[in-house]
Design a protein around this ligand. Structure first.
Ligand code: NAD
Ligand code: UGA
Length: 464
């Protein structure tokens, strides 16, 4: 029976950091070292002041505090940590390719391959290598081929252990996971490796929630889970447009269908569009795999989820322009929220970026308030689109550390992220400081429509 005493995790990001913090806190006898090539990130993980952790995630500082310096370590010494480990998690980024074959669709596996090569180069003892990153089905085969070419007599077992946490609820999702999925080779050595990882999760999760499968099912299940979740959002968003055109209310429709236990109530919040680092990337990856296999209808089916999402972001921006008498040129538009959802500082693929880009094309002046996102990040997000010069972005999109200052003198307020604190603002005070007519475009459906209308706002809500 393989007993794990020492874990290395390559990649100290939104998944590697929280996941390893929880594994370490639940397994005090296992030494866990999280490594990254990004020195600044590692420095932040080691910061004495826990408010400076690189990731904003409720409950994370407490878990880090419990284990850091005892059996949880953050380091840039990648080779040393790999060499010392019995089990190595690969938790690096797998973004959509921006070049070459599969550009704009396939997952870029260069970081994963580099990890595999590094493990192969450094290892002098047998290791279990765990794919934690989200990977296309059959990637484990490529990792295995790279590792088995080392020729130095080291044995490797490859497991797939995709992560299902959502940002903003990562600690809760890890500590009370619906399920943990472990895919491994169907051989005695494979079974032994699977069991070694099962034992780590068994430290806090009931065994019936730990599913074991073959490697390919595990890899494909991760892409499928994200595709199904994103599909629910695009489905309800498609209905939201129908509601706006007919006088139905998407909140009421969502409630009515969600009470059918076969449908269920979760993930039916109509919105300005889903964001985040994974939904779009993983669906595109699924579409690419289907296309590569000649499964045209399968590819088209899933691609529609992305098409619907792009449409939702566009039509929100267009609604703002058309409602403001077909021009937002030189008008101040206040954005409440920039993160792709509440309780995270992550902005990857956030709908706010695309809505801002469209409005800047129309020469609006945008001011943003987000409780966790820094202005440098907002500018980085916009500059990445290369729609205009960096200087123009800087001049036309600014930020304030205060929601009231953000909304002051604005022609319209657009709610892009559902931060709880936005519900508690003094909306009368905000109204009094705006030119009239004053507009709110609630992209998250978080405000009380009647109350807003009674104050005097022209209130538009997605699907209302
Ligand atoms: P991230 O970008 O936050 O973190 C990845 C880290 O890996 C970075 O800090 C980067 O510097 C580091 N890295 C890259 N190459 C390296 C190397 N060769 N050696 C050492 N460090 C290296 O990414 P993330 O959001 O944590 O996602 C990681 C993976 O997990 C992706 O495949 C993603 O699809 C998947 N995933 C993400 C989430 C999520 O909510 N973010 C949830 C489930 C699964
Ligand atoms: C998502 C999945 O929920 C996780 O299970 C998965 O592990 C992760 O992707 C991943 O692989 O990265 P995450 O992207 O962090 O997690 O956040 P979600 O809560 O899924 O939200 C994604 C986007 O959908 C957000 O922009 C959110 O605002 C939007 N959304 C979600 C809606 O618009 N409506 C909903 O009802 C739910």
């Amino acid at each position: 029976m393989t007993k794990i005493n020492n874990i290395c995790c390559i990649g100290a990001g939104y998944v590697g950091g929280p996941t390893m913090a929880v594994i370490a806190s639940k397994n005090p006898n296992i030494k866990v070292t999280v490594v990254d090539i990004n020195e600044e990130r590692i420095k932040a993980w080691n910061d004495e002041d826990l408010t400076n952790l690189p990731i904003y995630e409720p409950g994370l500082p407490e878990v880090v505090q419990k284990a850091r310096g005892k059996n949880l370590f953050f380091s840039t010494q990648v080779d040393e940590a790999i060499a010392a480990a019995d089990m190595v998690f690969i938790s690096v980024n797998t973004p959509t390719k921006t070049y070459g074959k599969g550009k704009g669709m396939a997952a870029d596996l260069k970081y994963v391959e580099l990890c595999a090569r590094q493990i192969a180069r450094v290892a002098t003892s047998d290791k279990i290598v765990v794919e934690k990153s989200t990977l296309p089905v059959r990637t484990a085969q490529a990792i295995k081929t790279i590792l088995s070419e080392t020729g130095n007599g080291v044995n490797f077992q490859i497991l797939s252990n995709p992560e299902f946490l959502a940002e903003g609820t990562a600690i809760q999702d890890l500590e009370a996971a619906d399920r943990v999925l472990i895919g491994g080779e169907q051989s005695p050595e494979g079974e032994e490796a699977i069991q070694a990882l099962v034992n780590i999760y068994k430290a806090w999760l009931p065994e019936e929630r730990i599913l074991t499968t073959n490697v390919w099912s595990s890899e494909l299940s991760k892409l499928t889970a994200n595709a199904f979740l994103a599909q629910r959002v695009s489905s309800i968003n498609a209905i939201s447009e129908l509601c706006e055109a007919t006088g139905a209310d998407v909140g009421e429709v969502a409630k009515a269908i969600g009470m059918d236990s076969r449908i269920g109530p979760k993930f039916l919040n109509a919105s300005v569009g889903f964001g985040g680092s994974c939904f779009q990337k993983d669906i595109l990856n699924l579409v690419y795999i289907a296309k590569s296999l000649g499964l045209v209808q399968v590819a088209d089916y899933w691609e529609q989820v992305i098409i619907m999402n792009d449409h939702q972001k566009n039509r929100f921006a267009e609604k703002i322009v058309s409602t403001l008498f077909n021009t937002v040129a030189d008008k101040k538009i206040a954005f409440l929220g920039w993160a792709f959802k509440k309780d995270t500082n992550d902005t990857r693929e956030s709908a706010a970026i695309y809505v801002a880009d469209k409005l800047l094309d129309e020469q609006a002046k945008i001011t943003v308030y987000d409780p966790q996102v820094k202005e440098t990040q907002m500018q980085r997000d916009l500059n990445y689109l290369q729609s205009r010069t960096e200087q123009e972005n800087k001049e036309n999109l600014t930020t304030t550390p205060d929601a009231y200052a953000c909304c002051q003198e604005a022609h319209a307020i657009a709610i892009l992220t559902e931060w709880d604190e936005f519900k508690k603002l003094d909306w009368q005070k905000i109204y009094d400081q705006m030119p009239k007519p004053a507009f709110i475009f609630d992209g998250r459906g978080i405000l009380d429509e009647e109350k807003m209308k009674n104050i005097g706002f022209n209130y538009f809500v997605i699907g209302g």
